[in-house]
Design a protein around this ligand. Sequence first.
Ligand code: MGD
Ligand code: MGD
Ligand code: SF4
Ligand code: MO
Length: 711
Amino acid sequence: MTIKFGSCNLCEAMCGLEFTVEDNTVTSVRGDKQDPLSRGHICPKAVSLIDLHADPDRLIKPVRRTDSGWQEIDWDEAYELVAEGLASTRKKHGSNAVGIYQGNPNVHSLGAMTHGIPFTSMLRTKNRYSATSLDQLPHQLVNHLLYGHQLALPIPDIDRTDFFLVLGGNPMASNGSMMTVPDFANRVRDLKARGGKLVVIDPRRTETADIADVHHFVRPGTDALLLLALINSIVGSGKTRTAAYVDGEAEIASLVADFTPASVAPVVGISAEDITTLAKDFAEADAAVAYGRMGVSTQQFGSVCQWAIQVLNILTGNLDRVGGAMLTDPAIDLVEKNIVGRGHFDKWRSRVRDLPEFAGEFPCSTMVDEMTTPGDGQIRAMAVFSGNPVLSMPGGEKLDRAFAELDFMVSFDFYINETSRHADVILPPTMSLERDHYDLIFQTFAVRNTAKFMPAVLTKKAGAKADWEIFRDLAVRYQAALAGSTLGALRARLTPKSIVTEARLRLSPRRTVDVLLRNHRKGLSVSKLAKSPHGVDLGPLEPGLPRKLRTWNKRIQLVQDIIVAELPALHDLMTTTEVPTDGQLLMIGRRHLRSNNSWMHNAPRLTKGKPRHQLLAHPDDLTARGIEDGSLVAVTSAAGAVEIEVIATDRMMPGVVSMPHGFGHQRKGVELSVASSVVGASANDITDPQQVDAVSANAILNGVPVTIAAV
Ligand SMILES: Nc1nc2c(c(=O)[nH]1)N[C@H]1C(S)=C(S)[C@@H](COP(=O)(O)OP(=O)(O)OC[C@H]3O[C@@H](n4cnc5c(=O)[nH]c(N)nc54)[C@H](O)[C@@H]3O)O[C@H]1N2
Ligand SMILES: Nc1nc2c(c(=O)[nH]1)N[C@H]1C(S)=C(S)[C@@H](COP(=O)(O)OP(=O)(O)OC[C@H]3O[C@@H](n4cnc5c(=O)[nH]c(N)nc54)[C@H](O)[C@@H]3O)O[C@H]1N2
Ligand code: SF4
Ligand SMILES: [Mo]
C-alpha cells in the first residue's frame, strides 16, 4: 500500500487529493489538507474516480462500429481508419468539410492541451467548435476588448474582499467557474467572520443563496438591466474611483442615464429601493467585487452582462485592488508569455447564418446548420474530442440526426455516449489517474497562485494509450494519408511549420510543462515541483495594472461599440410590460454537486439516492395550470418538447422553471449502464439554437420561454 498525492481534474476547483494505492488500484481518495489552494476540500465526484477507473463500460482499446455492433480493434487499425476517414473527406470536399468539437474535459487534460491543439491545427478547418460558445465566450470576448487578451480575466479576491456580489453562479454546487475556488463554503465563512457580505442574484434560491447574507430573485435574462441600473446609481452618487489608465467614464454615465433603478425594477423583479441599496453598499465597501457566471453568460444579454460586471468593478476602483478583482500570476503564464493568443473577433463569419468567429471558432449554436445545409463547405466528417454535443448543445435532437448522416466520424472518448454512438471509430485515452497532470488553464483563473505537478498515480492498463500518444501517432498517419504516400515520401516534403508541429508532438506533456516552467521568472521546473507533492504556494493575488494590460496603448477603453449597439434592445426590454407572454415560463438550468455535465451518471457513488433531473417549478405556477407536484409534464419551447417529472418548490422564483442539462441517456446503442435515477430528459432538446447572444453569438441556455402542461 502506498500513499500518493495529486489533484482532481474533474471540475475547475483543482482540489488536492491524497490517494491510497494498492496493486495499481486506488482504494481510497481523501482531500489533501496540505494543498495550499484547496486545504483539504474535496467533493463526492473525486471519490467516484474509483468507480470510473473500475467501470467495465469504460473503453480501454479502440472500437469500430459495425453492422453487428461495436468491435474492438487494435490501435494501428484504428489510426488507419481515422487518418483515412479525415484525409479522404478533406481531399474530396475541402478542409472545411471536416468539423471539430472540443468538449469541456479537453481543458482538464494536460495532454489534450499540449498535443490536441497542434493535432487539430493540422486539420486546417474553419469549422471549429468548442464548449466555449456554450459557456464563457462572453467572458473571453470582454477580456479581449477591455484588457487585450481573451484569458486576461480579473479574478475575485474572495479571501480579502468585504463585499462579494455573485450573479448567476452557484459555486456551492459548481465549486466555482472562471474562478478556481475550492473550499468555497469556508472562504465565505471567513468572509462573514471578518464582517464581509455575500449577495446572490439568482432566479432560484440556490445552495449558494442559502449561505448568503442577501439573496434576490431576478427575472432570467434581465441582469443586464440590473447591472446598468447599478452603474447608473453609482455614477449618479459621484462615488466612482476610476483608475487613471481607464478611458470613457463620462460616456458611460450618459449611456446608462435612462437605466435608473426605478425604470428597470418592474422588469428585473427587484425593487428600486433594493437596487439602490445594493449600489450603495457595493460602492461604499472598502473592497468589493462583482462576479457573474453561467446564468449571466449563457443568456440573451450575456456579453452586455459580462461587460457591465467589469465596468462596475472598474468604476468603483475594485479592479486591480486587494479584495477586488486581479489578474493572476501563474507559474506558467499563458497571457504574459502569449502561449495562448490574445484572440480575435469577427474576422470571418459562418457560412449558413453569418455568425462571427471568436479566436478561430464558430458558435456551437450553428454547428447543426453547418452539418445539415448542403453546399460548398458543408461538414461531412466530424472529430469530437471529449464531448457530447447531442446532450450539450441547443438543438440536441436535430444534432443527433445530423451525426447519423455524416460520411465519417471519430470520437476521442472512453465512453460510448449519446454522441460517440454515431462514430465510426472511438479512440479512448487513459483516464485522469493514469496520466501526468499539470493544470495549464485553471491556474490562470485561481483565487490564489499555486503550482503542482501530478505524476500519474496508476500505471495504465496493457494496450491503453494516453491522449497525447494518440494525437502524436495519429498525426503521422494523418499526414501520410493526406499526402497519399508512404511515410518516407512524406518526410521529404515536410515544411518548417510541420516540423515544429511534429517536434511539439514528440515532446511528452511532462517535458513541455518543464520547458514552460523554466521559461518563467518563478524558476520552477518539474523536478522542483516533484519535491512538493502537495503543490507550491506562490502567494495571494497581487495588483499589476496597467503593466499587465495587453491592449495596444496599455489603457482600458470602457466604451465598446458592439456593446453600445445592444443598448436599444435593452431599452425595449426595459419598457416591456409582460415578460414573458401567453402564460409562458422562463426555463433556466441547474447543476448538482453529484453530477458533471453529461457524464459520470454511471458512477454508483454519485447516482445513488433520490433522482435530481426533475423540472423545478413554483407551487403557484403549478396550481395555476392544474398540475400536481411529482407528475409528468410536457415542457414545450419554440425548439421542441420533452416530458419530465415536476417538483413544486418555493425555492424557484414564480414564473421560472429549472431543468438541469446532460440527462436524457435513454438512446439506442448507448452502452452506458446509467442508473434509472438519472435517465431524465435532455434540456437541450428544448433550448433553441436559433436564439443567441446578439454580440458574441454564445448559446442561450438560460431564460428559455417554455409552456408546461400535464401529460
Ligand atoms: N442546457 C444547458 N446546456 C449546457 C450547459 C448548461 O448549463 N445548460 N452547460 C454547457 C457547458 S458550461 C459545458 S462546459 C458543456 C459541457 O458539455 P461537453 O463539452 O459535451 O462536455 P461533457 O458533457 O463534460 O462531455 C464529457 C464527455 O467527455 C468524456 N471525457 C471525460 N474526460 C475525458 C478525457 O480526459 N478525455 C477524453 N477524450 N474524453 C473525456 C466523457 O466520457 C464524456 O463523454 O455543456 C454545455 N451545455
Ligand atoms: N458539480 C458540478 N460542478 C460543475 C459542473 C457540473 O456539471 N457539476 N460543471 C462545470 C462547468 S462546465 C461549468 S461552466 C461551471 C458552471 O458554474 P456555475 O455558473 O457556478 O454553475 P451553474 O449551476 O450553471 O450556475 C448558474 C446559476 O445561474 C442561475 N441563473 C440562470 N439564469 C439566470 C439569469 O438569467 N440571471 C441570473 N442572475 N442567474 C441565472 C441558475 O439558477 C444557477 O444557479 O460548473 C462547473 N462545475
Ligand atoms: S470540487 Fe471539483 S476538483 Fe474538487 S474534488 Fe470535486 S470535482 Fe474534484
Ligand atoms: Mo462549462
